[in-house]
Design a binder for this molecule. Sequence first.
Ligand code: DGL
Length: 260
Amino acid sequence: MTQLTDPIAVFDSGMGGISVLKEMVRLMPKEDFIYYGDSKHAPYGTKTLQEVRELTIEHISDLIKHKHAKAIAVACNTATSAAVRILREMYPDVPLVGVEPAIKPAVMACEDPKVLVMATPMTLHEDKFHHLEELYINQADIYPVPCPGLMEFVEQGILDGEELDSFLKEKIDPYMDKGITGIVLGCTHYPFVRKRIRAIAGPSIEIFDGSLGTARELLRRLTVAGLNREDDHVGQVTFLNSSDDPDKLKLSRYLFSREI
Ligand code: DGL
C-alpha cells in the first residue's frame, strides 16, 4: 500500500539525472528522494534499444517493489525513449514522468528559431524524438547533434578543461554559420557542462533543458494522485549507484551540491 511518506525515486543511466533531481528538490522540499544511477551500465545512449529497455525496466521495477517508491522520475532522455510507455502500462497506478528534449521552449523563444538538439544517438534515433521534431519542423530549423562520449566526461567528474572544450567545439562549431538561436540539452548529463557549452556557443545563443518542466509535471501528477507531502517534514535525498566504485556516490553528492 503506497504511503504519502514513501520516497520519490529518480532514475538515470548515471549521474546526469541529478540535474533534474535538483529542480525536484527545490520544488518539493518536503519529499524524500532516492536517486538511483546505473553508472555500472552507463552509457545507455550507445546501447541497443532492447538493452536500455531491459535495464530501465529492471531498475524501475526494483525501485517500486523493493524501495517502495510512491512515484518515479525517469531522469534520462535515453531511458525515457526506450521504456516509459511500457513502464506506464506495467505500473498504471504509479505517477511516472520521463524527460524529453525541451524543443518547445527553444522554438517559442524567438521568431526565426534555429535550434541545435544535443543528445545521445539513441534519443535522436527513437520515435519519441521524431514525433517531437515533426511538431515543430514547420516553425523552426532543427539540427540534431548526437554527442556520444559527452556523458562520459560528466561521469568522470570532468566539467571543464581543454579536452572537454575541444569535444564540444567539434560538435558545435560546424553549426555556427547557421545563425543558431538556441541549444537544447537533450541529455540530463549535459547541464553539468552548460557553462562550457555557453562559453563555446557565445552569449547570444539561449540554452534550454527540460529539468524544471519535468519537476513541475511530477508535482502535478503527485497532486492529482493525492500523494504530495504537506507536513513539516524536511526532505532527505539518498543516493544509490549500481557501480562498486565509492567515488560514484561522492561525485553524485558533489554534483548535487554544485550550482549548475
Ligand atoms: N543521461 C542520459 C540522457 O538523458 C543518457 C546518458 C547515457 O547513458 O548515454 O539521455
